[in-house]
Design a protein around this ligand. Structure first.
Ligand SMILES: Nc1ncnc2c1ncn2[C@@H]1O[C@H](COP(=O)(O)OP(=O)(O)OP(=O)(O)O)[C@@H](O)[C@H]1O
Length: 258
């Protein structure tokens, strides 16, 4: 089943005299349980595309469906509810609240729902186990490492068991060891929790954990590669494609093998 269906989406920013065609008639689908990356040179339209799928922004033309619902035309009140139940977000800068404990941060998305205490505890235990943060629950964000903070942010994104986990440069603020750990956790989440994951990255090492990469350039789908062999081979394929597409990335690739 297609979890995400992007149908002939275009996005034009600006006014009559200064129009920017950020996305240009782009179409693709993401199936349930996939782990997909979006890559492309700076200005290619990656964030714009992620924002459309995240329901943060709306296309100028075309439509975006998530679980067969047209989110690109949904009214805000319904959208807020949809977002809260169906989507999980992981940002580069974590967005944790410093005045709340790790436990409170993770449970925040459940605050508006009426779940039983037993259900909440069970889900928290599950998420903490998958992410290895069970011993950090009583601490505050400034009492844990950067890598642990990103795992907590990941826990908060997962707590509602969202249909789709969206990540914008999730390893951008992490050192290579923490980045590797996070990517291994995302792989476990993808396999064990059957979470569909979509991430945007400039970094070939991060992208090599995905199973499929969509490359975009000038707001259009340029190419797509699917992982068949091991991660090192996929990493090399990604580097080759980056060279083909031109522009590479803003960040230096973290070399694999860490
Ligand atoms: N709010 C906006 N108003 C006008 N133009 C915009 C706006 N947001 C993005 N753009 C333009 O749309 C194009 C795509 O931008 P976008 O941020 O999606 O690219 P990106 O691939 O995410 O780039 P980067 O890798 O540098 O983050 C760029 O030309 C950008 O300048």
């Amino acid at each position: 089943m297609a979890v995400v269906s992007v149908q002939q989406v275009s996005k034009i920013y600006g006014h009559r005299l200064s129009l920017v065609n950020a996305l240009n008639n782009i179409s693709f689908e993401i199936k349930s349980g996939e782990f997909v990356g979006i890559m492309g040179p700076s200005g290619a339209g990656k964030t714009t595309l992620l924002n459309m799928i995240a329901t943060i922004d709306q296309p100028t033309h075309g439509r975006v469906l998530i679980k067969n619902q047209v989110v690109s035309r949904m009214r805000e009140a319904r959208l807020a509810n949809f977002r809260r139940h169906e989507l999980g977000f992981i940002f580069q800068d974590f967005n944790l609240l410093d005045s709340l404990t790790v436990r409170e941060n993770i449970l925040l998305p459940l605050a508006l729902d009426k779940f039983s205490v037993a259900m909440i505890e069970q889900r928290l235990a599950q998420v903490s186990r998958v992410l290895g943060i069970g011993n950090l629950l009583a601490r505050y964000p400034d009492e844990i490492s950067i890598g642990q903070r990103q795992r907590v942010a990941c826990g908060r994104a997962m707590i509602t068991k969202p249909t789709l986990l969206l990540a914008d440069e999730p390893t951008g603020s992490l050192d290579s060891k923490s980045a590797t750990e996070l990517l291994q956790y995302l792989t476990v989440i993808n396999r064990q929790e059957k979470a569909t994951i979509l991430l945007v990255t400039h970094d070939a090492f991060t992208a090599s954990y995905c199973r499929r990469i969509l490359f975009i350039r000038d707001g259009q789908l340029f190419s797509e590669i699917i992982r068949n062999g091991n991660r090192q081979q996929f990493f090399n394929q990604i580097i080759d494609m980056q060279a083909t597409i031109g522009g590479g990335g803003r960040y230096n690739a973290i070399t694999p093998g860490h």
